[in-house]
Ligand binder design. Sequence first.
Ligand code: PLP
Length: 365
Amino acid sequence: MIEYLKEDGIVHELDMATTAKKEFMESFINTILIPRNLEYKLQFTGPTGTNAVETALKLARMVKGRSNIVAFTNGYHGLSQGSLAVTGNNFYRDESHISRSNVTFMPYDGYFGDDADSLTIFRKYLEDGSSGLDLPAAVILETVQGEGGINVASKEWLQGVEALCREFDILLIIDDIQVGNGRTGDFFSFEFADINPDIVTLSKSIGGGLPMALILLKPELDQWKPGEHTGTFRGNNLAFVASKHLLTYWESDDLANAISHKENILKEKLEAIASKHSDYDIKIRGRGLVYGMETRSDSSVASEISTKAFEKGLIVETCGSEGQVVKFLPPLTISQEILEEGLEILSCAIDEVIQEKESRLKEEF
Ligand SMILES: *Cc1c(COP(=O)(O)O)cnc(C)c1O
């Protein structure tokens, strides 16, 4: 980026072509899309994730000529009005300032417990013309729900959603803003399920820390008229330069292998913590380097762990509908040493929180 600036590279160009944009697009196509046999057009949206979601929803509605969208329980897609309408989390929802018209929520994988197949409900609603569900233009989902509590969709469930979409002529939008870009170990979070979404949203880390968002769309969906969906900041050239450099990590399997190695360390440690404190019914789930630790016996434990860890120099956030899940999202490039140090701090924080809880209980008796 410093070199680009020194060479007087163009920083702002509205949505016109630049060399930086062209080079990013070529790298993305050659390094990411072609090796995965994926054929998409790239469309740059406004610079934040929610801009990409809005674009995806607008495009799907325009192409299908239908207004309804199906979203899933506990999903999170951003906080501008269209994205908020497909977001489940009640902390962000307020019907007094947004209208949720034309969005229907269906149960996400595991919503009714591990044994119930939530897709049978969705299928029934689609098959029954009087279910009250208007045929949606698209379904939007995260393969691992980040803000929603690290709920991990299975391969079978994702394949089932894709099959329903094909059968009923519905577009499949995967929101990979949080768990794409290597977070689950593969570049795209849906690769493991071998599905082929119609639209993919990308943002957050894709610009190397700079604001950048885009959608990938199947070529036949590009039915925009020229300039129909435009705006001022549609391509941050410095972010293109950074992103192009980041993509070189995907020229070999090294990063993916390192993520998988660090996943094992993270998972093992979290599981050891869970079994040490089995009274607290702690559940661990995740994929790649996104993991959650749900404290099921008492939802307030998660935020106490987060506070205690912070006092000890570790930032770890909570997620889930009641903030009942401690959320692990370390940098993909974290060293093993720092990861282990962080996990050690976490482990001490949990021990202390639980000790304090138990001595409070004793005092009460
Ligand atoms: C963060 C996020 C968004 C919204 O991105 P912003 O940049 O905050 O607007 C959308 N979808 C998912 C899955 C996210 O995690």
